[in-house]
Design a protein around this ligand. Structure first.
Ligand code: KG4
Ligand code: ZN
Length: 335
């Protein structure tokens, strides 16, 4: 079976053609980063307008690269939740129109569940139950995944998502948007020992996260005790040292929570997904801290941040199981 998948939940306009395997026949991603960068973050209205402008061409390219005419497709899939509502509606409306015009089934896919499917694009099929860890710009969630479509939420962030914390720390340090890649690059030449940052673990058994404390700690380190400096305060640590210490602290917290969740739930396999998994230092830190205790699965690097191939991979499994939607499918901002 083969399908066209569409992703427009946030600031990537993406389409892919995926077949059983899952095998990616084409994967096109138009990143809006340059359009949002001057504002230091994603502007929802700009995102929606840009999806309208780009999506048709992105879908056409995905079809061309797959060398398949629509008549050889078995379904149209779309990420319909969660995300920016205006952005989601562009993808959902386009997918509905195509499914109707081509007389194909429509499959709505949960964006966060799809992030956990991205590692399957490398041929890594993990049998449930496993711990699903979504670390993206909007989410930091631990799920017990039982089988496709059924998962139990175990914990998540009480304030900033992990990717959001990267973005905000980068913004404080003047490193630009998106913050994740900028912090990773700076941290490579930084000395984590030069800076002390807090690790928030919350209650003894808690599987929740909180990253607002470390974000504020960075702000005070950089701007001075009352954050009154408009930029770097005299005597503030080197930015690359802050980045290295920040990464070390948040990866440490993440590893401890993953270990805690695996112990509480008697799980030994951990599937990770979401934009923050693009971070090579994170992969190394988790492998070092947890590699002997649990088995870790990461997505291939090109499928770590938002893309439509992962939407297609999950949609194929839904199609096989007969879980299809109809043209009443709606976009939903909430998970
Ligand atoms: O999954 P994603 O593309 O979009 C959402 O669903 O949110 O994740 C985007 C997030 C951003 O916060 C970005 O800063 C972060 O992923 N990110 C990274 C890296 N690349 C992207 N965080 C840390 N290190 C990276 N290399
Ligand atoms: Zn995402």
């Amino acid at each position: 079976m083969k399908l066209l998948a569409i992703e427009t939940t946030c600031d990537e306009t993406a389409a892919a053609v995926v077949e059983d395997g899952p095998r990616v026949l084409s994967n096109v991603v138009y990143s809006q980063i340059e359009e949002h960068a001057p504002f230091g973050g994603v502007v929802p209205e700009i995102a929606s307008r840009s999806h309208v402008e780009q999506l048709t061409a992105v879908v056409e390219q995905a079809l061309q690269k797959s060398q398949l005419p629509p008549s050889q497709l078995d379904a149209v899939a779309v990420a319909h939740r969660p995300g920016l509502i205006g952005a989601l509606m562009i993808g959902v409306t386009t997918a509905k129109a195509l499914a109707w015009a081509w007389d194909l089934p429509l499959i709505g896919v949960h964006h966060l569940h799809a992030h956990l499917e991205a590692s399957a694009l490398d041929g890594q099929q993990v049998a449930p139950p496993y711990l699903g860890v979504v670390i993206s710009g909007g989410h930091t969630d631990l799920h017990r995944v039982e089988e496709m479509g059924t998962s139990r939420w175990l914990g998540g962030t009480r304030d900033d998502a992990l990717g959001e914390a990267f973005d905000k720390v980068a913004s404080v340090l003047g490193l630009g948007y998106p913050g994740g890649p900028a912090i990773e690059k700076a941290a490579r030449v930084g000395n984590a020992r030069a800076v002390q940052l807090p690790r928030t673990l919350l209650e003894k058994d808690s599987l929740d996260f909180s990253f607002s404390g470390i974000k504020t700690a960075v702000l005070y380190l950089w701007r001075g005790r009352n954050a009154s400096y408009p930029g770097r305060a005299p005597g503030a640590p080197e930015p690359q040292d802050i980045c290295a210490a920040f990464q070390e602290a948040v990866f440490d917290v993440l590893a401890q929570k993953i270990e805690r969740a695996c112990q509480q739930e008697s799980l030994s396999e951990v599937v990770l997904g979401g934009g923050v998994t693009a971070n090579q230092a994170l992969r190394e830190a988790l492998a070092e801290k947890l590699g002997e205790k649990v088995r870790l699965y990461f997505p291939p690097l090109q499928y770590a941040t938002d893309n439509a191939a992962m939407i297609g991979a999950l949609a194929l499994r839904r199609l096989e199981a007969g879980h299809i939607d109809d043209l009443e499918l709606v976009a939903e901002a909430q998970p």
